[in-house]
Design a binder for this molecule. Structure first.
Ligand code: KG4
Ligand code: ZN
Length: 325
């Protein structure tokens, strides 16, 4: 591989925090030469959720193949790699260990430095692959394990303005989908169904007071599940596309109201969405429209960088090192 300038930094990034084994080669934080992903979704489908022990075993079985694929697609060898980046936390401990041990082994064999990256920072920096950050920046983080509003005044300077007090948004999607038996993972399935429905069922839009940036989704989740159970017990029919639409409508109303209010209060120059739920079509559209009205720069990652992937870890590692934090 020929480097453009001596300053190019080629990072081999590894992500294995949950049920995706991913390795990417990223130059200077935004040029993605490869982003190989092996997903275990089909394996965990059968259990209706990720089984940690099963996940770590599959990471072990696949990670060397994913490494080969990432290097091949990027047309590089380990000699072209300047640094290794790996997801350190949060995630399933056994799964994280597979990625970390792979990074340590490669670092030892090829004499490379390792940068340890927080998975949520990775989701945020997925946005840096296709856009330039402008500060103050407001990040709406919505994944399977996290729901947060994060204010950034500079690279790698994170202030959590609010977070969920109970379920994360993705978790609420997945739990609702499991109870109404529409499949796994719930987010993309309910998103598709919602597009075919109308928001006719009255469900709680829980905002926790007009000044709060915290979230709560367990009451909404329980309301959907109760409606499903009661209707079933009465032998009546529910329109599940309408139910999905009503649920999604409540989620997006809460997320967008708080994002808009925080963007205004903190004079955000840019708003981004991060995490698996950023793949949600209605959420992307709603926040985009709101930011257009306010004339605030907006970015959401391309679909391939929304859910877990190693390219975002490579992007985060680059900016983490640059910031010296
Ligand atoms: O970020 P991610 O890949 O993993 C975690 O770090 O948690 O997020 C996975 C979550 C799952 O809960 C999944 O149901 C949700 O993101 N998700 C979606 C959509 N695509 C994925 N939720 C709503 N709409 C979608 N289109
Ligand atoms: Zn994630």
């Amino acid at each position: 591989m020929e480097k453009n300038t001596k300053k190019d930094t080629v990072i081999l990034a590894i992500e294995s925090s949950c049920d995706e084994t991913s390795i990417a080669v990223v130059v200077n934080g935004n040029k993605v030469l490869s982003n190989a992903i092996y997903t275990q979704i089909d394996i965990h489908k059968e259990f209706g959720g990720v089984v940690p022990e099963v996940a770590s075993r599959h990471h072990i079985a696949k990670i060397t193949y994913v490494l080969e694929q990432a290097l091949k697609e990027a047309n590089v060898t380990m000699n072209d790699i300047d640094e290794i980046a790996v997801t350190q936390t949060p995630g399933l401990i056994g799964s994280l260990m597979v990625g970390i041990n792979t990074a340590k082994t490669l670092a030892l064999c090829y004499n490379k430095k390792i940068t340890y990256v927080n998975h949520i920072h990775g989701h945020i920096y997925a946005n840096a692959i296709e856009s330039n950050f402008e500060f103050p920046l407001l990040a709406l983080v919505v994944s399977g394990g996290h729901t947060e509003l994060v204010l950034m005044k500079d690279h790698f300077d994170f202030e959590i303005l609010g977070e969920t007090l109970d379920d994360a948004v993705g978790e609420a999607y997945d739990k609702v989908a499991r109870v109404v038996e529409v499949g796994y993972p719930g987010g993309p399935i309910l998103d598709k169904m919602a597009r075919l429905g109308k928001p006719v069922y009255p469900l709680p839009h829980i905002k926790l007071g007009k000044d709060s940036y915290d979230f709560s989704f367990s009451g909404l989740k329980s309301a959907v599940i109760n409606l499903h159970n009661k209707t079933k017990a009465k032998g009546e029919e529910l329109n599940y596309n309408d139910l999905a639409c009503s649920f999604q409508n409540a989620v997006i109303d809460v997320l967008s109201e708080k994002t808009v209010r925080a963007a205004l209060e903190y004079n955000a120059k840019m708003v981004i969405i991060a995490g698996g739920v950023s793949a949600n079509s209605a959420l992307r559209e709603k926040i985009k429209q709101e930011m257009e009205k306010l004339n605030i720069k907006f970015n959401v990652p391309s679909f391939k960088y929304c859910t877990d992937n190693a390219a975002m870890i490579g992007a985060a590692a680059y900016f983490q090192n640059l910031s010296g934090r």
